[in-house]
Design a protein around this ligand. Structure first.
Ligand SMILES: [Zn+2]
Length: 200
C-alpha cells in the first residue's frame, strides 16, 4: 500500500510534467485546493454538471475539475487522508487566467515532501571523527573493563559484518545517529531513505 509520501511524490511528478492538480488535505496556503485555486471573480462561473464534476469559465475558455466524493481519495494507515483532482483546461491561457503555475505548486509540494523525510542515510568517510577513539565498556559489580576498538574496525550495527568501504552509511533517525549500516543492510531495510553525503 502506498504511504502518504509516495502518493505526494506521484502528484509531484504530475505537476512537474505540467499537469495541474487540485489537492485537498495538505492545508497549505500555496497548494491549490477546491476553494483557492481560482481568483474570486471566477467563482460565479462555476456550475455543477452532475456526478461531482464542475465546470467554470474564464475570458479565454473553460476549466473543469471534480469535487467532494468524486475526487481521487486516499486514506493512510496513520489516519490522515488526501483527495485530489486533475484541473482540466480548454487551453493554456485558461491556466494563466486562473493564476495556476504548475512549477510553483511543484516547488511548494517538494518542500512539503522534503520536510517529511527526517530520517536519512548519512554517508561519511571511514576516517570521520565518529569512528575514532571508540571503546567497548564492560561494567561489572567490581570492575570496569575498557576495550579500545581500533579506528579502522567498523562493524555494521544491524548484521555485525565488517564494513570495509571507504565511505560508511550512518543511519540517521530523527536527526541522531542510530549506527553504521553496511550497504546490503541499507538496501535490504532502508533503500527508500534519501542519502546525504557529509560535506567536509
Ligand atoms: Zn549489515
Amino acid at each position: 500500500m502506498e504511504n502518504r509520501k509516495e502518493v505526494l511524490e506521484g502528484l509531484l511528478e504530475r505537476l512537474e510534467r505540467g499537469d495541474p492538480l487540485i489537492i485537498v488535505g495538505l492545508d497549505h496556503p500555496d497548494i491549490p485546493n477546491l476553494h483557492n485555486f481560482y481568483p474570486k471573480r471566477y467563482w460565479e462561473s462555476i456550475v455543477h454538471r452532475g456526478f461531482g464534476s464542475f465546470e467554470g469559465k474564464t475570458e479565454h475558455g473553460t476549466f473543469s475539475f471534480y469535487g467532494g466524493g468524486a475526487m481521487n481519495h486516499h486514506h493512510f494507515k496513520d489516519g490522515s487522508w488526501l483527495s485530489w483532482s486533475s484541473l482540466e483546461v480548454s487551453n493554456p491561457e485558461v491556466l494563466k487566467d486562473l493564476e495556476y503555475d504548475c512549477q510553483k505548486v511543484a516547488s511548494v509540494l517538494r518542500q512539503i515532501i522534503n520536510s517529511m523525510s527526517k530520517d536519512y542515510i548519512k554517508r561519511v568517510s571511514r576516517k570521520a571523527p565518529i569512528f575514532q577513539g571508540r571503546a567497548i565498556i564492560i561494567q561489572s559489580a567490581h570492575n570496569r573493563t575498557v576495550i579500545p576498538v581500533p579506528d579502522a574496525l567498523i562493524l555494521c550495527d544491524a548484521c555485525n559484518v565488517e564494513i570495509k568501504t571507504e565511505e560508511v552509511n550512518l543511519l540517521m533517525i530523527n536527526g541522531r545517529v542510530w549506527g553504521a549500516v553496511c550497504e546490503s543492510c541499507r538496501l535490504r531495510h532502508h533503500k527508500d531513505l534519501p542519502i546525504r553525503r557529509e560535506e567536509v
